[in-house]
Ligand binder design. Structure first.
Ligand SMILES: *Cc1c(COP(=O)(O)O)cnc(C)c1O
Length: 413
């Protein structure tokens, strides 16, 4: 067997890994869906569990030699149940999108009606977007936000539900900064006998720590990623009531997936252990304080924050009146080693590749230990870059400042 380390075996790949390590270590990561997994999570993720086949579930496998996979999968399940107070969890989905597909597989037939939030208003591709398989295989109805308040238009959700009678309603979003009224969604679902699924891919950490409303009391299924605010490995998970457990597990395996990624199950177990510690709650509290501080500082510099602020870990900036696009902003900030993503805003006039907004999130920089004073500094840099967007020299200077700040809040190095 090849026992040589990566840099000797494959210097080209090693170089890219090292480049990414430096990029993460010395740049400011403001993409709200990203975070930094701990060394313990990374160790589990890079473990020999990647070698193991374990189709099935703990105690009911189709392969021999599963005694240790059973241990890590059970740890992940039991910890996730405790985190969210749910009866049943499936930790095998390979991603957030696969988790959603798993629920659809358990409940829907091709051609059934599915209702979710439109991508343009902050929903996710996997909630029935036309370009996604979820918009092609199902009849997709999409709701959005009220153009004035920029909050979810619950009256529209109700009207569309009554008109189209979807079998499944999906609530949850990727680019929506406010609390979600899961109770109202439940009432709407009840009025037409629909099943209700919440996708908490983004705020899951905040939900687990009681800082964002929990959909668990109201929803039949709750899906999530494990790599966003939960700060675990790249992956997905699904929670449901005891009655739905069997159908769900069958939909994931053998319905949708084969081999569970045992190394990822181990890393999920570690992440959920970390998420159950009191420090994780303080971390999540700080994420929200940081997001509010950051948004307020940009508002003071006359940037319009969509919906006027945030209740969570992210917010959107509307650049409509600025004379440049979200794409331009993303590129200019990138030259200062500040990573954001362009994003559509509620009254969008540009294409999703250009956009009139950017999305900013604080989970990653909060993991570094940054607090309100740093938020004000970083918001000042963002404003500087955007107010003089063609000044590449200034962007380079800010890049140097960014590196100095990052060196004070080390990650992996
Ligand atoms: C990020 C996200 C997902 C998808 O997760 P992947 O792991 O990228 O497939 C699903 N739903 C929502 C709401 C998300 O924000």
């Amino acid at each position: 067997m090849n026992r040589k380390p990566l840099n000797q075996t494959d210097p080209e790949t090693a170089k890219a890994v090292n480049g990414e390590l430096e990029r993460e270590e010395y740049g400011l990561e403001l993409i709200p869906s990203e975070n930094y997994a701990s060394k313990a999570v990374l160790e589990a993720l890079g473990s020999i569990f990647t070698n193991k086949y374990a189709e099935g579930y703990p105690g009911k496998r189709y392969y021999g030699g599963c005694q240790f996979v059973d241990q890590v999968e059970t740890l992940a399940i039991e910890r996730a149940k405790k985190l969210f107070g749910v009866a049943h969890v499936n930790v095998q989905p390979h991603s957030g999108a696969s988790a959603n597909l798993g629920v659809y597989c358990a409940l829907l037939n091709p051609g059934d009606t599915l209702m979710g939030m439109s991508l343009a208003h902050g929903g996710h591709l996997s909630h029935g977007a036309a370009v996604s398989v979820t918009g092609k295989w199902f009849k997709s109805i999409q709701y959005g936000v009220n153009q004035e308040t920029e909050l979810i238009d619950y009256d529209q959700v109700e009207d569309l539900a009554k008109k189209h009678k979807p079998k499944l309603i999906v609530c949850g979003a990727s680019a929506y900064s406010r609390f979600i009224d899961f109770k109202r969604f439940r009432e709407i679902a009840n009025s037409i006998n629909a099943i209700l699924m919440a996708d908490i891919a983004h705020p899951a950490g905040l939900v687990a720590t009681g800082l964002f409303p929990s959909p668990v009391p109201y929803c039949d299924f709750v899906t999530s990623t494990t790599h966003k605010t939960l700060r675990g490995p790249s992956g997905g998970m699904i929670m449901c009531t005891a009655e739905q457990a069997k159908a769900l597990d069958k939909a994931i395996f053998p319905g949708l997936q084969g081999k569970p990624h045992a190394h990822v199950l181990a890393a999920k177990a570690v992440a959920f252990y970390e998420d159950l510690q009191p420090e994780f709650k303080s971390y999540c509290e700080q994420i929200i304080k940081n997001a509010k501080t950051f948004a307020a500082a940009l508002a003071k510099e006359s940037f319009r924050i969509v919906s006027g602020g945030t209740d969570s870990h992210l917010f959107l900036i509307d650049l409509t009146d600025k004379g440049f696009s979200g794409k331009d902003a993303e590129e200019a900030l990138g030259r200062a080693d500040i990573t954001v993503n362009k994003n559509t805003i509620p009254r969008e006039t540009r294409s999703p590749f250009i956009t009139s907004g950017i999305r900013i999130g604080t989970p990653a920089i909060t993991t570094r230990g940054m607090k309100e004073p740093e938020m004000n500094i970083i918001a000042g840099w963002v404003a500087d870059v955007l107010k003089d967007i063609n000044n590449v020299q200034r962007q380079k200077e800010i890049g140097h400042e960014v590196r100095k700040l990052c060196e004070k809040f080390p990650l992996y190095l």
